[in-house]
Design a protein around this ligand. Structure first.
Ligand code: CP
Length: 338
């Protein structure tokens, strides 16, 4: 695995196009394993993967645990409500407890931005070799979701060879609660790296103008963007205009738990203006796939009928693709020599 340099995966801002292609290639190999018989391979035998989810999750946690089991790793999960967090232990000290038990990879989700990065820095500082994989931190980043969304789109556009080139010059529309979405941020890094142009759509309260220059400001610690030619990001407040000429649509959950009550006073109006339905998709001018990271608020960001239309809606595909993508991440991260 000499081409892979990411001991920790915290953000996609430091991923090169070669990194994305590497993950897609490895994930695609895992995805080609037969459903029966060879489903479980011994690649991570003897490794310990701990899933430290301080914030709720269904998809991410379960698919990381399945991914680790399919690679024959030992898996240790953690329940915050029955843990020593209740006695005042900090998340960092909790994580270090799992390091002391011999964890090779910690998958960390937390509602506070930068907890996974702080943990990775603490481990580097103390010379520990445990890897940290960000399972979603605050509003910041959800790298495995960004990668599985990329894989889902690349597989849609280029089923026989899903790679970054499949996204070049595609118009991807991301609709909804962008400001609260770590998924949107990770997708912006991943999709623009592949040369896709992103049209963001939503009301100003959920989509500030500053997002237009999001990928022009790499986070602290990244001196130079590893991607030379990124696709462009534009903002369109009108769904009809945003969808014109789209190649794919990603709609996002309204994150009510991160909003104050006044931010969205009328959900019916929101659905009328920004809801993705069979009718609104006609504005694309052709048949396009619809993605949603889940969990979904039915009838708010997407219609129930569309959600159940597997000829358009790729949500099930996104969930199943999460397993090979997470297998690829665990496989690559545990193969790093030093
Ligand atoms: N998409 C996603 O992160 O879902 P979960 O919160 O269920 O993990």
């Amino acid at each position: 695995m000499s081409n892979w340099t990411h001991r920790h995966v915290i953000d996609l801002a430091n991923f090169s196009v070669a990194d994305y292609d590497y993950v897609l290639e490895v994930a695609n190999r895992f995805n080609a394993l037969p459903d029966k018989g060879a489903r479980k391979i011994p690649a991570l035998q003897g490794k310990l993967i701990a899933t430290l989810f301080f914030e709720p999750s269904t998809r991410t946690r379960s698919s990381f645990e399945l991914a680790a089991k399919r690679l024959s790793a030992d898996v240790q999960s953690f329940s915050p409500n029955n843990s020593s967090l209740k006695k005042g232990e900090t998340p960092l000290d909790t994580a270090l407890t799992y390091v002391a038990m011999g964890a090779d990879v910690l998958i960390v989700r937390h509602s506070s931005t930068n907890i996974p990065e702080q943990l990775a820095n603490a481990l580097e500082h103390s010379g520990k070799r445990t890897a940290v994989l960000n399972g979603g931190d605050g509003l910041h980043s959800h790298p495995s979701q960004g990668l599985l969304d990329l894989y889902t789109l690349a597989s849609y556009f280029s089923p026989n060879n899903p790679n970054t080139y499949a996204l070049k010059d595609k118009k991807i529309v991301i609709v909804g609660d962008i400001i609260h979405s770590r998924v949107a941020r990770s997708n912006l890094w991943a999709l623009t790296a592949c040369g896709a142009n992103i049209s963001l759509c939503g009301p100003p309260s959920l989509l500030p103008n500053a997002f237009e220059s999001f990928v022009e400001s790499p986070p602290p610690g990244i001196k130079n963007d590893p991607v030379k030619n990124r696709g462009k990001i534009s903002i369109n407040r009108c769904l009809k205009d945003a969808l014109d000429g789209a190649d794919a649509v990603m709609t996002l959950r309204l994150q009510k738990e991160r909003m104050d009550e006044n931010l969205l006073s009328n959900l019916d109006t929101y659905y009328h203006e920004y809801g993705i339905t069979h009718e609104s998709l006609k504005w694309c001018g052709k048949k396009v796939p619809v993605l949603h990271p889940g969990p979904v608020n039915r009838g708010i960001e997407i219609s129930s009928r569309l959600l159940e239309d597997a000829s358009i809606c790729l949500i099930e595909k996104q969930v199943s693709n999460g397993i090979p993508i997470r297998m690829a991440l665990l496989y690559l991260m545990t193969a790093i020599e030093n």
